[in-house]
Design a protein around this ligand. Structure first.
Ligand code: COA
Length: 151
């Protein structure tokens, strides 16, 4: 079954929380509710099988400012079946529709799955090492990637 991407709703909070806790069991997590406006989910049938974030960061502490994809997680049982791609395609469409000229994402240099998935969209490396407020990159360094709007 192919997953499709849609904006998250209140009904998705439980599923997103469970996916996040399973992917990052040691993390200190903020409640999902206030972040809902920035979240998208991948749905297969009636099941939420992944989620991801799209945020416009404008504050001066964000360098570069702009639209960032982030926090994409797919249920391990659903990986390599296109859910991450669906989430990324959906969030990119939302960013372009909102007027983005460039979309950024960053990853730990060791995260081959994430880097390979985003490479499929044409993201190219912009900065290494890259630092982002509140994020640590255990065992590797942060890498910033960007994708420029094509039209
Ligand atoms: C990264 C992640 C979201 C990818 O989700 P996914 O649904 O498995 O991705 P897709 O099925 O859409 O994969 C698309 C392509 O990306 C590449 N890819 C995905 N996972 C890969 C892996 N583990 N190793 C190498 N390439 C990979 C492949 O080219 C794949 O195409 P293919 O399956 O036809 O070979 C998923 O592995 C995940 O949730 N990881 C844990 C959380 C995480 O690290 N998030 C990223 C933080 S920056």
């Amino acid at each position: 079954m192919i997953a499709s991407c849609r904006p998250a709703t209140l009904a998705d909070i439980e599923a997103i929380t469970a996916l996040r806790s399973a992917a990052y069991p040691d993390g200190m997590h903020k409640p999902v509710g206030p972040q809902l406006q920035h979240l998208y989910v991948a749905q297969a049938g009636h099941e939420v099988v992944g989620y991801g974030r799209l945020r416009l960061h404008r504050a001066a502490r964000f360098d570069p400012p702009g639209y960032y994809l982030g926090g994409v997680v797919v249920d391990p049982a659903w990986r390599r079946q296109g859910a991450g791609t669906a989430l990324t395609r959906g969030r990119l469409q939302a960013a372009w529709a909102a007027g983005a000229q460039v979309v950024y994402y960053f990853a730990n240099s060791r995260n081959e799955a994430s880097i390979a998935m985003h490479r499929g969209f044409g993201f190219t490396e912009l900065r290494r090492p890259f630092e982002f407020p509140g994020v640590t990159f255990d065992g590797g360094v942060g890498v910033l990637f960007g994708l420029t709007r094509q039209d």
